[in-house]
Design a protein around this ligand. Structure first.
Ligand code: RNT
Ligand code: ZN
Length: 417
């Protein structure tokens, strides 16, 4: 333990914060790292391009093109990130061997066996996502809400296959699998019927959830969205739709992606509202710049505020946290490391606050002191605690991890075809 940590710890003790307790809590909070940052959301079951209202921009060299490359890159990133982790997969990352190929409605647990081996090697759980985008069976931009019954059936079967795979992940890893349903279904221009697609979407999700599963092992979620690229006027899975769906279907969680709201809406404020009603909720943590741009997560004000709400609400065991962004313009391994470390910092910052004292000031209407104390907290010696936390987790607490990235880029990424 270094001098600076000891002094910083004393500073926090003066305001009533137990630093050791904070560090112990933090290291066990599982944060789900999304595999799709590593290959620009392409996957292994088709040749791109990415469609469905989402887009990556940039052409940085060295992206992972095979399962082995993706796993190598994730492993490299994970070695520089402190704290407990999960990995987050999409169905499009199924691994086919010996020339086999099956379409998404027919995928099986065995197509993910290598991912299970990878998860076991790193002692992490797996979260999962059916992939309702880039695929010929997306008809006129619609999947689960399509008016074409055959199309809907294909995607319902895909969802059901994903429930079975999610259960397999949970059983193999011993960690519950959060299975998130997101579709970009919607229209570019003013629709004639806004309710029809939503009724069909509702019934399709119900049919997916009719697949038998153990509610303690599989945690299905529905993720909302405002709009996508080329789908600007209407999204079937709007905020009201998904919240109402989750509220009326036991065992289904709402998933909030903070890039999926109007620019002045804040997910930090929505978290405590939802926690009043739902036993568990899920998050996609991202950084939207002017729109749902999915920039790499940074330690900005809203990121800190989201973490604060989870901690303040004593909901660390009720909120499933996953990162969701994809930047193709910078080193992709560094993108993971920076984003995951930023979220760890946000959680640490939240854990290093005297929440009871702050709440007491609010409840006693001592708003002048509340404001003053909240401002003081911003200049506490946070960095010294962060460095000690990283040291204990066996990762670099300063920036020398970046030379590892440069070395990996030179020796591995730039040598890829
Ligand atoms: C898209 C959603 C969705 C995807 C991932 C790849 O806007 O955020 O969660 O980013 O499933
Ligand atoms: Zn998302």
């Amino acid at each position: 333990m270094n001098e600076r940590y000891i002094t910083a710890k004393q500073e926090y003790e003066k305001i009533g914060v137990d630093v050791e307790k904070a560090l112990n809590i933090l290291k066990d909070i599982p944060v789900s790292m999304h595999c799709w940052q590593g290959d620009d959301v392409i996957g292994f079951d088709h040749d791109g391009p990415l469609t469905g209202g989402i887009q990556t921009t940039g052409d940085y060299p060295g992206k992972a093109k095979t399962p082995q490359e993706l796993m190598d890159d994730m492993e490299k990133a994970m070695s520089m990130i402190p704290g407990a982790k999960k990995i987050n997969l999409h169905a499009s990352y199924a691994i086919f061997e010996d020339g086999e190929f099956v379409d998404r409605d027919k995928i099986e647990p065995r197509h993910f066996k290598k991912w299970v081996d990878f998860a076991k090697k790193h002692h992490v759980g797996i979260d999962f996502n059916p992939t309702f985008f880039p695929h010929p069976k997306m008809k006129d931009g619609l999947t689960l809400s399509s008016p074409d019954e055959q199309i809907r059936k294909f995607w319902i079967d895909h969802g059901r296959a994903c429930i079975r795979i999610s259960q397999y992940f949970a059983e193999e890893t011993g960690v519950p699998c959060v299975m998130n349903i997101w579709t970009g279904d919607g229209f570019k221009d003013v629709p004639a019927d806004r309710m029809g697609p939503r009724i069909r979407y509702k019934e399709s999700i119900e049919q997916i959830l009719a697949e038998p599963f153990d509610k303690n092992k599989v945690k299905p979620c529905v993720e909302s969205k405002v709009f996508g690229i080329g789908v600007e006027s209407y999204t079937a899975g709007s905020a009201e739709f998904t919240l109402s769906f989750a509220a009326s279907h036991e065992g289904c969680l709402p998933l909030m992606d903070n890039g999926h709201y109007h620019p002045t809406e804040l997910v930090s404020d929505k978290i405590p509202a939802l926690l009043c009603f739902y036993p568990e909720i899920a998050l996609h943590i991202t950084r939207g710049v002017r729109w749902d741009s999915d920039h790499v997560l940074l330690l900005d004000d809203e990121t800190k505020e989201i973490a604060k709400e989870i901690v303040r609400c004593k909901a660390l065991d009720r909120v499933y946290m996953a990162l969701d962004y994809f930047d193709a313009s910078i080193n992709r391994v560094s993108a993971w490391v920076v984003g995951m470390r930023s979220w760890q910092k946000a959680l640490l910052n939240a854990l290093l606050m005297p929440h009871e004292k702050l709440t007491d000031l609010q409840d006693n209407a001592r708003f002048t002191e509340l404001m003053a104390l909240q401002e003081e907290l911003k200049t506490m010696p946070f960095g010294d605690i962060w460095k000690e936390y990283c040291r204990r987790c066996g990762v670099d607490g300063e920036m020398s991890w970046f030379s590892e990235i440069e070395k990996y880029e030179e020796e591995v990424l730039l040598k890829r075809k």
